[in-house]
Structure formats: C-alpha cells, structure tokens
Write a protein that binds this ligand. Structure first.
Ligand code: SAH
Ligand code: SF4
Length: 361
C-alpha cells in the first residue's frame, strides 16, 4: 500500500525518509512541495533526483479526503463536504474577512460528548479523523483558493471548530497542528491557529506543554448546574477545574487570553443575571468572549436568543471590561457558519434520523 505523506508531521516524515535511505533535507524538500507548493505529483517536484521521484511514485502518495460537494455562499463563505468513507462525512468551511481568511476544520466524524445544543453531538461518535484527513482539509482548501497577489495562501488563520472534539483526537490533532506551524510546511503563527475545546482538562495541560496554540473554550453556562445539563462533559471536568486549567494554559500560551465561546440559547443561558454570574465566574481568568447566536437544527427544542437579549447580555460583560465579539452568522444560505453538517452523516446512535445541514455559529 502506498504511504500517504499527508499522514506524517515533519519529524515522522524525516524518520520515514531515513528508513528509506534518504537524507533529512530530502524530506524537507518534499514537505515544501506539498505544503508551500500545494503539489501532489512527484514528477512535478523538479529539484528531486529522478530516481527519488520514481521511488516515491511507487511507495507514496499525497492524498486529501475526497470532496463530495462544494458550496459557495453569496458572502464568499465556501463549504466543502468531505467523504470519510462508510457513510461518514465532515465539512470544512472557509470564511473570508477583511485582511484575513479563516478555515474552520473538523477533527472527528461525529462527537461523543453529546452537548444538548449541538447537532454533531446528536449524531454520536463515528470515528477520529487521521492526520491526513485533518491537514488534508487545509491542503485541499489552499489548493482550491489559490494564492494572493503577494504569493501567500489565502488562508491565514485556522480554527479547529468544525465537527468533533479535537482534544479527544489528541495525537492526530497535534501532528496536524505541527504541520500548520512548521516553517517547512505552512509556517502559520501559533496565534493564528486556534483549538476549540469543550474542556478536556488533562488534554489542555498536554497541549500547553507539547504544542501551545491559541485556545478557545466552550463555556455556555455560568454555573455547574446548567453546564452539566448543556454539556455532559462538565460532570467529569467541572468549571472550577476547567478554569484552573485555563489559567495554567495561559502560562505558556501564545496569546495572553483565553477565548470563551458562549452559545446564546433563548431563555436558557441568556439572562442579565446569568451574565453577571459569568463575570464573577471568570473574574481571575484573562479572557475574551465570543457570543455565538445559536444555529437551530430540526431536532432541537432550543431557540436563538432575541437580538435584544444578546445586546443586554453583551453589555453586562462589556461593563465588566471584558472584550466581547458577537459572531456574525456567515454563509447561512449554504448552512455554512463555522462547524457542522449533519445531513449526510450517518447516525450511529439512532437518536435522530438524517436531517438537513445545521451548523455551528
Ligand atoms: N468540540 C469543540 C469544537 C467544535 S464545536 C467544542 O465544543 O468547543 C465549535 C463551537 O460551536 C463550540 O463552541 C460549540 O459549542 C458551538 N456549537 C455547537 N452547536 C452549535 C449550534 N447549534 N449553534 C451555535 N454554536 C454551536
Ligand atoms: Fe462535541 Fe463540541 Fe458538539 Fe459538544 S459542541 S457535541 S464537544 S462538537
């Protein structure tokens, strides 16, 4: 079987080259072709010896996940639906903004954590994505979008906020992160790569020590009682432990704040009283808040908060000197706000049947 080179981070690729009698600088050359050049054809890698090209053609390939569908929104948001085999699909979303382009990447097909408001969670867990399937989303999107006038890829930022819990697919996620950061591959700054987690405390500590990047934590409730209900993982890692882990993370993080994500659910977690409780909760964690209007999907009983409630909630945080952004809903015409597509993904839990696309905020 041919080895997919997208499955290796830099150290692994170098080791694999050594096993095949090739020098480390050859591995770096190939990396540059693959990631800086977007090249998958070994014949086009013109500075490699012909014999090496021939050898690579026999034993290796560069293969991103298969794209089942591509959609383009009126606002420039693009969404690719990727085939993960055996009825599984995940999606990748590109969000162009003034001065930057952000790719929202998935790390698992489905998710085991079953947050009450999340349509990925409603599918149950299908499987972890491989390194090639994670980095392949960026590789593929870069190839599709091409470079800007200055010769840089259009994707300047990556957020792991698509389907799945990245820190429950830790090893593959970290290998993919290393490729995003490595100068021979994409060379993105650690500040421009964000992992979003529901709060897997031990893995947050590992990430801090092994591959610190910007961190977003899904909070969604100001106390354990409500968070237990919305996010069952809170029963394992309650708020006190989670916030302590956030503080530890900041000791080595590339940014000096944690981004807290907070999905606003009408009448559930969006009152001014709850906003005040939240201010108290996070008072000794340097943070910014990203308020996310809930994206409804057919099987949910939750509703998006009213604009007036969102404004009031935001004001309470701002009056406490917390920087708040309210996520714009992008690509709604193609159901492509950062995140999740449910419709074509097999439901392994039988909790819900197939449904149209429903996505994160
Ligand atoms: N599993 C990780 C990352 C993927 S989810 C996490 O939970 O952080 C990315 C973000 O989308 C999370 O903040 C998640 O809570 C949010 N989200 C999930 N379902 C949503 C919905 N229906 N509407 C808006 N945001 C949603
Ligand atoms: Fe999983 Fe994140 Fe969805 Fe929760 S919000 S079910 S952790 S993908």
């Amino acid at each position: 079987m041919q080895q997919n080179l997208l499955d290796f981070d830099v150290a692994q690729l170098t080791a694999w080259f050594a096993e095949h009698g090739e020098k480390p600088f050859r591995a770096r050359q190939v990396l540059r072709w693959i990631y800086k050049g977007g090249e998958s054809d070994f014949d086009a890698m013109s500075d490699l010896a012909v014999s090496l090209r021939e050898k690579l053609k026999q034993i290796a390939c560069v293969r991103a996940p298969k794209v089942m569908r591509e959609e383009l929104s009126d606002d420039g948001t693009r969404k690719w639906l990727l085939d993960m085999g055996t009825g599984n699909a995940v999606e990748t979303v590109f969000i162009p903004e003034e001065g930057r382009g952000t790719l929202c990447v998935s790390t698992q097909a489905g998710c085991a954590l079953d947050c009450a408001f999340c349509s990925t969670g409603k599918q149950g867990f299908n499987r972890n994505l491989s390194v090639a399937e994670i980095i392949g989303q960026l590789w593929w999107a870069n190839r599709q979008l091409g470079k800007d006038a200055a010769g840089s890829w259009q994707i300047s930022n990556v957020v792991l906020m698509g389907m799945g819990e990245p820190l429950l697919n830790y090893d593959n996620t970290v290998s993919a992160l290393r490729l995003m950061l490595d100068d021979h591959a994409y060379g993105l700054s650690r500040r421009r790569v964000t992992v979003s987690t529901s709060g897997i405390v031990p893995a947050m500590d590992r990430l801090r020590d092994e591959c610190p990047v910007a961190l977003a934590v899904s909070l969604h409730a100001p106390n354990d009682q409500l968070r237990d209900e919305l996010m069952p993982i809170n029963q394992k890692y309650p708020l006190k432990e989670l916030l302590a882990a956030c503080k530890r993370y900041l000791e080595k993080a590339p940014r000096d704040f944690i981004t807290f994500e907070y999905v606003l659910l009408d009448g559930v977690n969006d009152s001014e009283q709850q906003a005040r409780e939240l201010v108290q909760l996070v008072r000794d964690v340097p943070c910014k808040f990203n308020l996310i209007p809930f994206n409804p999907f057919p099987q949910t009983h939750y509703r998006r908060s009213k604009p007036e409630a969102i404004r009031r909630f935001r004001n309470v945080l701002m009056q406490a000197d917390i920087v708040v952004t309210t996520r714009k809903t992008r690509g709604e015409d193609i159901a492509a706000a950062c995140g999740q597509l449910a419709g074509l993904v097999q439901d392994k839990t039988q909790r819900t049947v197939q449904r149209p696309a429903a996505l994160h905020g």
